[in-house]
Design a protein around this ligand. Structure first.
Ligand code: TNX
Length: 524
């Protein structure tokens, strides 16, 4: 059983099916039972403030409604909650507008509660009612993820389970520490289908992450259709690491990912990596490589060798087309230009290139982000710099912008947990769950304070990750742990506590059919 769970290639549905069977057994013999792991109240990320009240729990029943005060975005949050709860509970849970009655779940967007902030919420549950209040629909959505976690893990089941559905009596007041709490998925080294990306979004949503950074191009593959430059995807998307079929998102595919994330109040940040990591683009547009015709599509994993011809105007014409089309499809305000690991240019050429791209990105109404290497070149104060290995971070702050922290030894979810981990790399070290959890972003870097930090982001590079089960294995439990680093006040979190709360989420992951790593550090 334990072995089965560790198999990343095996259909990750097996544990879910087993859990379902077990749940079925429980409901057939409803005897008094001691508290099981899944009955432990475990909210991740830990709320800024949570008080367990002494009263009886709230019980969902046949008459329970989800009653919304707010606009259509608030109603959508209610519908998403209802569609999560209906299959397992078998309850109708109609979504209604108007005044909540006893026994209802009230979701309220309150225009006079600006103090709750963009994503904060208050949640109270008692035997008579559940009441969730926020200032924005995003805050309402975050609160519904807490409510979900207060219900038994079996609520995640897609099949009806007969049992009592209770929410313990609590009073929660919560809001995030950092505005930027992201995860990056590398869809270039291995391609992931729209449905797989949506499964990844589901994971982000449950843990209150709010940024999905998609690494859409690299040496091994170009993954998004550009209508004015059809060869980019048609040629550049044809393979992946190891030589598999690869693939790309049509603009409609990409828009549906954006919409799926948006419904969960997650901003998509598209990245087109340039001027390096660009072999797939060069093979499809050989005129952009300064006469050095790129040999072929690349299915290996070496980095640093490819570059756009930065002295050619044709390069900037292509970048302009790419940024224009992607910006038009992306409601979020950001465009990530990569900029990492360029060994084939002089510093002067690199700086001129970054300046030109920044101008293009700005002209299309978006804010630029780049990996930390761009911090050595002049930047606008609106540009965000994504730290990863820490050579150029000090110089980045002189331009007035903020940092996104993605330190390899903490947040790189493609690093092996331990030497025996079959998947992953280890250039940044071995990163077990405690490494991901036990740090404070505000003190991690010399001369970088909390005010300099937009937030944190966990990249998942996919050189060794062929499918979403492998991605889940690397992400869980580290990504939930990192979500708490980004959301919870430093004083509200401790390793000894989270290793127990993470264990309590395992039945939830199994119900959801999510693969995960049974780190020996967790109190399973
Ligand atoms: C470094 S982090 C890279 C990626 C690799 C990754 C593997 C960064 C900006 N560049 O190209 O996939 O290491 O861990």
């Amino acid at each position: 059983m334990r072995r089965a769970r560790e198999q990343y290639r095996a259909a990750s549905l097996l544990p879910a099916v087993l859990a379902l069977l077990l749940a079925g057994c429980r409901s057939a013999a409803p005897a008094p039972v001691p508290m099981k792991a899944e009955e432990v109240v475990s909210v991740i990320p830990a709320p800024a403030s949570m008080v367990r009240e002494s009263g009886a729990p709230f019980t969902l029943g046949a008459a329970t409604r989800i009653v919304v005060t707010g606009d259509s975005a608030a109603v959508m949050v209610a519908e998403l909650l209802a569609s999560r709860l209906r299959p397992s509970t078998g309850l109708a849970l109609p979504v209604a507008r108007g005044d909540a009655a006893a026994g209802d779940i009230a979701l309220v967007v309150a225009p006079d509660r600006a103090a709750l902030g963009d994503e904060g919420y208050e949640l109270t549950a008692s035997s008579g009612a559940v009441r969730l209040v926020s200032f924005t629909p995003a805050g309402l959505f975050r609160g519904t993820q807490t409510l979900r976690q207060l219900l038994p893990a079996a609520v995640e089941s897609d099949m009806k389970i007969s049992r009592a559905w209770t929410v313990p009596a609590v009073a929660i007041a919560d809001r995030p520490r950092f505005a930027w709490r992201g995860a990056m998925l590398d869809v270039s080294r291995h391609f992931f289908t729209v449905r797989e990306v949506e499964q990844f979004v589901d994971l982000l949503a449950l843990y209150k992450l709010n940024v999905l950074h998609l690494h859409l191009s690299d040496d091994q593959g170009w993954r998004i259709e550009i209508l004015s430059r059809p060869a980019l995807a048609a040629v550049g998307g044809a393979t992946q690491v190891g030589g598999g079929r690869g693939g790309y998102y049509t603009q409609q595919d990409y828009s549906s990912i954006v919409a799926y994330a948006g419904a969960r109040h997650i901003t998509v940040v598209p990245e087109i990596d340039m001027p390096g990591h660009s072999n797939a683009a060069l093979v499809s547009n050989p005129q952009l490589s300064c006469g050095k015709r790129p040999a072929a599509l690349f299915t290996g994993t070496e980095v640093g060798w490819s570059t756009f011809c930065v002295d050619s105007e044709a390069t900037y014409a292509l970048i302009d087309d790419v940024v224009r089309e992607i910006a038009a499809l992306t409601p979020g305000p950001y465009f990530h230009m990569g900029g990492d690991e360029v060994q084939a240019l002089t510093p002067g050429q690199y700086a001129r290139f970054v300046g030109r791209v920044q101008e293009i990105v700005g002209r299309h109404g978006t804010r630029m982000i780049g990996w930390e290497e761009i911090g050595k070149t002049p930047l606008r104060a609106t540009t965000l710099v994504q730290q990863w290995r820490n050579d150029s971070v000090g110089s980045a702050l002189q331009w007035g912008g903020k940092l996104i922290l993605s330190p390899g030894r903490k947040t790189y979810l493609d690093m092996k947990y331990v030497p025996a981990t079959e998947l992953g790399l280890h250039w940044a070290g071995y990163v077990d769950v405690r490494d991901s959890y036990d740090w404070d972003p505000a003190t991690y870097l010399k001369n970088v304070t909390e005010r300099d930090i937009a937030g944190i982001e966990a990249p998942i590079w996919s050189e060794t990750l062929p499918n979403i089960g492998a991605v889940q294995y690397m992400a869980i439990p580290r990504l939930p742990a990192l979500a708490e680093v980004g959301w919870s006040p430093q004083a509200a979190r401790s390793w000894d506590d989270v290793r127990v709360r993470l264990a309590a989420h395992a039945p939830r992951w199994r119900q959801l059919g999510w693969n995960y790593h049974r780190s020996e550090q967790i109190a399973w």
